[in-house]
Design a protein around this ligand. Structure first.
Ligand code: MG
Length: 343
């Protein structure tokens, strides 16, 4: 059983005895590994490759807990996924906490436990960390920053420059689950069959994909803020090629669609936290689909469209969608990308 709730005090971030106690009691036991346990000023890593990727992300989601996860899980998933979609095997993460004075210690403990569980699933160590406490009102409960470092996966070769006309565009599952879960919570809307965030670490799924298909995977990105529409428009901007997707091929959960309709959102623009868009060589599409569907995070995978050559005379590439009724519409880069504080 947990202790009676105690608030985080300003002194917990002061670097003195209370900080040490918080680290020893709440943080180290969850993340324990040889590198972290040394508590040196900087973690020392031995990397097996000179091809290294490095990424960082801050998490300010509100509310902090939601169906399918919490800010701790999200912070680890977000950084791990940015590494793996770059064809990188995550090696180590840092975890920085900015806590508002008065935050419940048991609540912090639960959030850190879910960050630790996500790191365990991703087979990555948290080797560096920082804890700051700010006065009441100077933050909204808890903010987390995670940075991650990793080495190139064997056989991975992904980038905008590898995308070619004819390539298939795949996604490993349903659109908009994370964003609509957060928005429904904030608006106080409940559904008969509750929706939940897709927040998940993609290491295993993408590891298999790269392992089996290697260079036939041309590009990957996680469609987080701005959703699928942003990712596809980023491809078009970087390559100048046209993309054509099919509305009927988009995997969507009916309850999530209902939430989007009720709140006036287009699911193409809504954030995902356990999804990868993979651009795959034409003759590898069927195998990639099978790898996705054989995995628990890819049961509802779909090939949603293809890459086309640039239209003759057009100044820029375009993302177009064949609609349910057979028309065509342009899928634009979402304005302002998304709603605030979704991740
Ligand atoms: Mg990303």
């Amino acid at each position: 059983m947990k202790d009676e709730s105690k608030p985080i005090l300003l002194a917990h971030g002061g670097g003195g005895r209370l900080t040490a106690e918080l680290v020893d009691r709440m943080i180290l036991p969850k993340f324990r590994n040889d590198t972290l346990s040394k508590l040196t000023d900087a973690a020392q890593l031995e990397l097996e490759s000179t091809s290294v990727s490095f990424t960082t992300d801050s998490f300010v989601v509100q509310p902090l807990e939601f169906p399918g996860g919490d800010i701790g899980k999200l912070a680890v998933c977000g950084t791990v996924n940015d590494l793996v979609v770059s064809g990188t095997r995550p090696v180590a993460l840092s975890l920085g906490l900015i806590i508002e004075e008065g935050f419940d210690q048991n609540r912090l403990d639960t959030i850190l436990a879910s960050a630790a569980e996500a790191a365990r699933q991703a087979n990555v160590s948290i080797v560096a960390g920082d804890t700051k406490v700010v006065e009441k009102g100077a933050a909204d409960g808890l903010f987390i920053n995670t940075s991650g470092i990793g080495v190139r996966m064997k056989g991975a070769n992904v980038g905008f420059d590898r995308i070619k006309p004819g390539d298939g565009i795949l996604i490993n599952g349903t659109l908009g689950d994370h964003g609509m879960t957060i928005m429904s919570l904030r608006k106080g809307i409940q559904f008969d069959s509750p929706i939940q965030s897709d927040c998940a670490v993609l290491s295993d799924l993408i590891g298999r994909l790269v392992d089996r298909l290697g260079e036939q995977i041309h590009f990957m990105r996680d469609p987080t803020r701005g959703g699928l529409a942003a990712t596809l428009n980023e491809i078009v901007t970087a390559t100048g090629l046209d993309l054509l997707i099919e509305e009927t091929a988009l995997p969507i959960q009916p309850t999530v669609q209902a939430a989007a309709d009720m709140l006036g959102f287009d699911l193409l623009n809504i954030a995902n936290e356990g999804k990868v868009v993979a651009v795959v060589a034409p003759d590898a599409v069927d195998r990639a689909m099978k790898i996705f569907r054989d995995h628990s995070l890819g049961r509802q995978a779909a090939c949603v469209g293809r890459v086309n050559p640039r239209t003759e005379g057009a100044p820029n590439g375009l993302v177009e969608m064949v609609t349910r009724i057979g028309g065509r519409r342009i899928v634009q880069m979402p304005y302002g990308r998304d709603l605030p504080r979704i991740c």
